[in-house]
Write a protein that binds this ligand. Sequence first.
Ligand SMILES: [Zn+2]
Ligand SMILES: [Zn+2]
Ligand SMILES: [Zn+2]
Length: 296
Amino acid sequence: MDTSITINLLDNILGYLSQAATHIKEGETNDWKFAILHTVSAIELSLKLRLQDEHWSLIFSDIDQANIDKLKTGDFKSVTLKDSIERIKNILQDDLIDEVKNKLIELYDLRNKIQHYQISVNSNELLSKVAFGVNFVLDELRRVQDDADFEEVKSLYKAVLDKCDSFQEFVAARFALIKSEVEGETLIECPQCWNKTLIISGGEKPFCPYCMYSDTIEGLADQLNEKENIEICPECEVEACIYMITGAEDYMEWVCLSCGESGDYVRCERCNRLKNDDGESMCSDCTKDWIDDPHT
Ligand SMILES: [Zn+2]
Ligand SMILES: [Zn+2]
Ligand SMILES: [Zn+2]
């Protein structure tokens, strides 16, 4: 399908997100109302983006009226947030979890109340709701990360995060969202967002679900490694072991960016490669060579 429609949707989503984030940063009562309005608009569009990935006609309120010319001019009534959720379930067979669904509908209803009535709002309550909504959209955008224009998405994404990161509620909501993704993984501090949420696993590209940072193992090693060379890992034998701070009070140890193993490795006195600190001065290879020929 016409990629210009996707790009258009993306542009608008990021525009709303950025406006929402600006209001979050301001933090006055009226700003919260605007933050909700913009956040819900971004949610609506990101659900449409999902539907449009399947087929453009799905973003028409009445699919029977779907017409490519109307789509191009924007002259049509588009699907509501609630109907989008239904279509995602019934047509895409991609059900959102109930908790997420309910929160999205709650936000949608709240937006309508704010738009049409004079309501008093509790800013603490709004804060966590906006935080949820912005996080939801940011996560939706991660699905488009393979698109050609992703670099642009990525930098805008980063800009939104930067604006929101000083709000604890936002940060907490973000951590809650990525919890299942990082649980049980080997994590190190991300060089971009400084959270300990950079996933190191089995030779795949290191990736941070918090801020979407990713790099090759070599690229990441170059960024993190200052004091020592990149060494061959004694566990997986890939050249991806770096000496870095991993704990409180600047505690340092060797961490393999490929397999995720870490330890207080020492160097073999003969070949200088890293080895486990087992009390021997030589690594097992060198010990073997030395037994075979003690004169080498
Ligand atoms: Zn990060
Ligand atoms: Zn390794
Ligand atoms: Zn050795």
